[in-house]
Design a protein around this ligand. Structure first.
Ligand SMILES: O=C(O)CCC(=O)C(=O)O
Length: 288
């Protein structure tokens, strides 16, 4: 068992739990080395590059990216192009923890890397992941695996405890899908947010409806996280995955049951991103 009874209860009450040593130091080193290689590759590019299924770019850079100061901030579906990322997606201790939270049968939904390099002004506005990816039920979790030590200064994840049991907030404003909740609602909740910090190799498991965001990196240390989303096997997607990959739907724990479990909810259909990532979706509309 990875989680104590108290941690299981914390997840259900607060909508998140932190697992230390979710991956091994050797895995951390391998994922970091691969990411560093992608940062080097990005020096050659002025615009997002590479391609994922559906034709959008795989690698996304911050607006102030340059060859001298690379600002690679997003890699979509890294498990498609790296055996090390694929192995971690398929097996890590956070996934074992998830079986304690959502039962034995789990599947992969999507994955990405978010990186806040020093000097790259990447902020994430408050949002709820489920509002980007409705399923027939909300037994979904976002697992953020830290590839760097995450402290108070390098833009840690901010989570609003208990918010997964509250409303699903609107992410459309004045007819535009901004990928963020209203500023007034953020102002109301942000003071209650807790910061998820820890050493490289730690994972934060977050409920798909938990309100969260993160500030820009104000330190000289990078903050790179491998973000993998999993779902209970009987949670069936209601719309197209916004980060498609060849592994989507792969059963990673337990077995395929052929069951569909549905719970009632009401929300607006999200907009499928035309650009690389929600960073640009949030940015375009003055949210970043
Ligand atoms: O990178 C972060 O700090 C947050 C990422 C996030 O909220 C997301 O990708 O949904």
């Amino acid at each position: 068992m990875v989680l104590t009874e108290q941690q299981v209860e914390q997840y259900h009450e607060q909508g998140y739990v932190v697992v230390e040593n979710a991956i091994t130091p050797e895995q951390v080193a391998a994922l970091r080395a691969q990411f560093q290689q992608w940062v080097e590759d990005s020096r050659e590019h002025r615009k997002p590059f590479g391609e994922i299924m559906g034709g959008r770019a795989r690698f996304d850079m911050a607006p102030n990216h340059s060859a001298d100061q690379p600002g690679l901030r997003r890699v979509s579906s890294p498990q498609e192009i790296s055996a090390d990322y694929l192995a971690v997606m398929r097996d890590n201790r956070a996934l074992d923890a998830l079986t304690q939270l959502y039962g034995p049968n789990l599947k992969f939904n999507n994955a990405k890397i978010n990186s806040k390099l020093p000097g790259a002004n990447s902020e994430v506005k408050y949002h709820q992941d489920f509002l980007f990816e409705p399923h027939t039920n909300d037994d979904l979790a976002t697992v953020l695996i830290f590839l760097d030590d995450v402290g108070l200064e390098n833009g840690p994840l901010e989570v609003v405890p208990g918010s997964h049991k509250g409303p699903m907030y609107e992410h459309w404003h004045d007819g535009v899908f901004t990928g963020a909740i209203d500023d007034a609602i953020t102002a109301q909740h942000a003071p209650n947010a807790l910061l998820a910090t820890g050493l490289a190799g730690t994972a934060c498991i977050m409920h798909t409806r938990t309100l969260h965001g993160s500030a820009a990196n104000s330190s000289t240390q990078s903050r790179t996280v491998y973000i993998v989303e999993y779902a209970a096997e009987d949670a069936i997607p209601l719309i197209v995955n916004h980060i498609p990959s060849e592994q989507e739907g792969e059963v990673v724990r337990g077995q395929y049951t052929g069951r569909i479990r549905a719970t009632a909810f009401d929300m607006a259909e999200p907009e499928y991103p035309s650009d690389v990532s929600f960073f640009s979706q949030q940015e375009e509309h003055g949210k970043v």
